[in-house]
Design a binder for this molecule. Structure first.
Ligand SMILES: Cc1ncc(COP(=O)(O)O)c(C=O)c1O
Length: 386
């Protein structure tokens, strides 16, 4: 491929050539262009079909997750929608999904049930008998789970879920956004597809949105078809920023995990909190599994309930924060606190939220890379106001 042509400005000067680089390529001949369009030779035809920068990110993500192909999308939700639709819903396939997955993922699945008649069963994926029963109730195309679930931080046993899925003829999709490839590689434990919201730890700087689906060559072709026709392909500038962010992924996740463990221990001993949820604490229901599966790191997110388990107390806590931002995301450089009932899990009916354990005083902290003493002082100050 020769360098992209620069456009004449009308004043005898070229305009900046990089502006057209992702949408206009010079093939040398029409026959070569035909070969690229026909997938007979590698190359690029149009920004939505693939760009060199996004492809570089995809190669890096495939390597990180130990999968054959990775396809990048504009958001994590676009990645989830493409993967689950292509592998199950669009073919009329049944999905067995984790009941306490990310609230918007659940809302999307519920919308598909209502609007498209999709057969989706929600189960506690840490209860393997329930998973097996749901998979066997009717032929199922896909089992869907999060490695560490948002926001209750249940940890899924990916090797066991992969076995149950394959014994029942289903694929296993794992959203590993909270775990990241630093903690583990779901594909090595048998997951058929691995999904991340790149918006979180992988970019890690809170300035890019993106998502990725990784898996086999066949899955890659199906995902590429989605990005081309549905149009949710990640543009090159975002991909470039994500590549920049990924360079410090291991350093950030290690530090955030270490600080999160220390903060979880601190919160567990604090008189103003009741339930502290962190996979690194011995009282977490899947603590041993998390230790085995993740090799000693437990991620950067800690959830807890205030002893005064009310919305008013949660609002007082949020309003008193000075260092931490009250924000929706996780995996940023900075500490961010989320109140799920008004944000990520707003669409869940209040009684279902409570049943899952997302009570009125339940909060989620995404621990940043700041000094741990500053983070702890800020949280303590806010707890004093509750
Ligand atoms: C576990 C998980 N998966 C997927 C998503 C969706 O990602 P995005 O916001 O990039 O669409 C989120 C967002 O918070 C999430 O927490």
């Amino acid at each position: 491929m020769r360098a992209a042509r620069s456009l004449p400005s009308g004043h005898g000067e070229p305009v900046v050539p990089s502006l057209v680089q992702s949408v206009a390529f010079d093939y040398g001949s029409a026959a070569e262009q035909d070969a690229v369009f026909g997938n007979e030779r590698p190359g690029y035809v149009y920004g939505r079909y693939g760009t060199p920068t996004t492809a570089a990110l995809e190669r890096a993500l495939a390597e990180l997750d130990g999968v054959d192909t990775a396809t990048c999308f504009v958001t994590g939700m676009a990645a989830i929608a493409a993967a689950v639709d292509a592998c199950a819903i669009a073919r009329g396939g049944r999905v067995v999904a984790q009941e306490d997955c990310y609230g918007q993922t659940r809302a999307l699945f519920e919308r598909w049930s209502r609007e498209r008649g999709a057969d989706i069963a929600f189960v506690d994926t840490t209860d393997h008998e329930a998973v097996e029963a749901a998979l066997r109730a009717r032929p199922s195309a896909l089992l869907y789970a999060e490695a560490i679930a948002n926001p209750l931080l249940r940890v899924n046993d990916v090797a066991t879920l992969a076995r149950l899925a394959s014994e029942n003829g289903a694929a296993l999709a794992v959203d590993a956004t909270f775990a990241t490839p630093v903690l583990f590689r779901p594909a090595a434990l048998g997951a058929t597809m691995v999904i991340h919201s790149l918006t979180k730890y992988i970019n890690g700087h809170g300035d890019v949105m993106g998502g990725v689906v990784g898996g086999s060559e066949e899955l890659g072709r199906a995902m590429r078809d989605r990005t081309i026709l549905d149009g949710a392909y990640m543009p090159p500038h975002e991909a470039w920023l994500a590549i920049r962010g990924m360079r410090t992924l291991a350093l950030r996740v290690r530090r955030q995990s270490e600080s999160a463990l220390a903060l979880a221990r601190h919160l567990a001993a604090h008189p103003k909190t009741s339930r502290v949820r962190y996979p690194g604490l011995p009282d977490h229901p899947q603590h041993e599994l998390a230790t085995r599966q993740f090799g000693g790191l437990y991620g950067g997110v800690v959830s807890f309930a205030l002893r005064e388990d009310t919305k008013e107390a949660a609002f007082r806590f949020l309003d008193a924060l000075e260092l931490a931002a009250s924000a929706t995301t996780i995996g940023d450089l900075f500490t961010e606190v989320l109140y799920p009932p008004i944000s990520s899990h707003r669409r869940l009916p209040p009684q279902e939220r409570k049943r899952l354990g997302i009570t009125d005083g339940f909060l989620r902290i995404s621990v940043g890379i700041e000094d741990l003493t500053d983070i702890t002082a800020d949280i303590d100050r806010a707890l004093d106001r509750v």
